[in-house]
Design a protein around this ligand. Structure first.
Ligand SMILES: C[S@@+](CC[C@H](N)C(=O)[O-])C[C@H]1O[C@@H](n2cnc3c(N)ncnc32)[C@H](O)[C@@H]1O
Length: 255
């Protein structure tokens, strides 16, 4: 693809498969095309690896942080389960929202929580709202230990951000989806891998081996879920697309 920005004449030209398309530079379409490229270059530059939340590194795009905040505030979960802890920033984000809402707690599962991260999470002022479980998120013993922490009436939201292969995410979807409450979501993050296979840090196999493919396969079997981009709660623009590393991520349970 060949993209030309003509700022003098306020035009954008996109040449693809021998076809040339022209857009107004200040249009919705131009914004989306530029955003798609910005996502790819930003990922390659490790832009999502530059943020913290209340002192802990959080490996997310700011827009994804804002959108999950909107979802958590709308759903008002009693329990947020996240697979993939890393430095703990996303757990601290969810715990900070629970604290602000005076509702909810967080369970984080990771195959390996490195000692310095574990220490920092345990010393964090919000640790009283966080439970850590160490082990593979698809290990039946680990899945059961998470389930044991949830009472039958509790409203549960699940966020999958561990190993992002199709096979692993599909197994996580199968193992955790029964916990999701009606009207809540299981979120298969980082589906942008499908668009990142051709950037320098990407891998060709990601074109097929990614969380979006897992979500599609899961949805074919589980009619009680459908993919639904959570509605924007405020929008005074003409835009309607998330600029996200979590495309097609939000699977909502009917109810
Ligand atoms: C992308 S990072 C998580 C980022 C974190 N959620 C955040 O927003 O800052 C992925 C994490 O998944 C963990 N992981 C990889 N394979 C796993 C598995 N089989 N089970 C559980 N966690 C796994 C890694 O150890 C790593 O810490």
């Amino acid at each position: 693809m060949n993209i030309t920005l003509d700022t003098t004449n306020e035009k954008m030209f996109v040449e693809e498969n021998s076809q040339l398309k022209e857009f107004d530079l200040y249009s919705n379409q131009a914004f989306e095309i530029i955003s798609d490229q910005w996502l790819k270059i930003g990922w390659d530059q490790k832009y999502p690896y530059t943020f913290t939340w209340l002192g802990r590194p959080i490996i997310q795009l700011p827009e994804d942080i804002i959108r999950i905040q909107e979802v958590i505030f709308s759903v008002q979960p009693d329990v947020i389960i996240e697979t993939g802890v890393a430095h703990g920033g996303s757990l601290v984000l969810y715990a900070s929202l629970c604290k602000a809402m005076d509702k909810g707690r967080v369970i984080g599962i990771d195959i390996e929580i490195r000692p310095h991260n574990k220490k920092a999470i345990k010393e964090h002022p919000l640790y009283s709202l966080i439970t850590l479980i160490e082990g593979s998120s698809i290990d039946p013993v680990i899945v059961q230990s998470a389930k044991n922490l949830i009472k039958p009436h509790e409203k549960v939201l699940v966020i999958l951000d561990s190993c992002h292969t199709k096979n692993h995410v599909l197994q996580e979807l199968e193992k955790y989806s029964d916990l999701v409450s009606p009207g809540s979501y299981i979120v298969a993050t980082d589906g942008s891998m499908k668009d990142l296979y051709d950037v320098p840090r990407g891998k060709p196999e990601w074109a097929e081996d990614n969380p979006c493919e897992a979500a599609l396969e899961f949805l074919q079997k589980h009619k009680e879920f459908r993919e639904e981009k959570p509605p924007w709660l405020f929008n005074e623009s003409n835009l309607d697309q998330n600029i996200t590393h979590w495309p097609n991520a939000y699977l909502r349970k009917d109810g």
